[in-house]
Design a protein around this ligand. Structure first.
Ligand code: ADP
Ligand code: 5GP
Length: 190
């Protein structure tokens, strides 16, 4: 059986916007079909190419607030002016059936999960430098200047919190970061 270093079936990956969480998770899922990635709900508008139910469940603010009220989220947070949350039911079902569950969420959400699931294994993905982080956010060319500025400001706060995590992985070379991540969560390295 595949287990993480902490023997947990719940893995959290956090890191500043643009660091490459999405890119790393995509490669990880290609290589390990046994990992189930939780699809979050968000009030953010879809970026070009994003698909409903695959990247996010794109919902209205009212619906999001109703879900919060009814306990529908395992955790939720506001990030750069939008709301994001992890649907509770699906994650609980997957964990009960023994799946290895991965959450890709921001700092406040990771802190909430640390309280509700202290056994979860939490990884922080860090950029090689702040300059490179900004280059990646801008290179993605999918956010407005205002959104980029908010994300960069938030990134400074998030980077300060990396010591809270079970593991910090620097995403300089993506392939190396992927291998480091696999090692940390206990996958055999080929
Ligand atoms: P996040 O999900 O953390 O916001 P993304 O996965 O969208 O970040 O990555 C942001 C940009 O950086 C994308 O264009 C991605 O292709 C690029 N990127 C990711 N990892 C690396 C890397 N190791 N080196 C160079 N560019 C990278
Ligand atoms: P983006 O708008 O770039 O897709 O995501 C912005 C930030 O929100 C990223 O750091 C991403 O990890 C985080 N995020 C995505 N889904 C969730 C979620 O369900 N909960 C929390 N707390 N953060 C999320």
């Amino acid at each position: 059986m595949v287990t993480s270093s902490s023997n947990s079936r719940l893995i959290v990956i956090t890191g500043p916007s643009g660091v490459g969480k999405g890119a790393l998770v995509k490669e990880l899922l290609k290589r390990h079909k046994e990992i189930w990635l939780s699809i979050s709900s968000t009030t953010r508008l879809p970026r070009e190419g994003e698909i409903e139910g695959k990247d996010y469940f794109f919902i209205a603010k009212e619906q999001f607030h109703d879900l919060v009220k009814n306990g529908g989220f395992l955790e939720w947070a506001e990030f750069a002016g939008n709301l994001y949350g992890t649907p509770r039911k699906q994650v609980q079902q997957k964990l009960s059936s023994g799946s290895l569950v991965l959450l890709e969420i921001e700092l406040e959400g990771a802190r909430q999960v640390r309280k509700s699931f202290p056994q979860a294994f939490q990884v922080f993905l860090a950029p090689p430098s702040f300059v490179e982080l900004e280059r990646r956010i801008r290179g993605r060319a999918s956010d407005s200047e205002d959104a980029i500025q908010r994300r960069l400001k938030r990134a400074k706060e998030e980077l300060k919190a990396q010591d809270e995590f079970d593991s910090v992985i620097i995403n300089d070379d993506l392939d190396e970061a992927l291998r480091d991540f696999e090692k940390e969560i206990g996958f055999p390295i080929d």
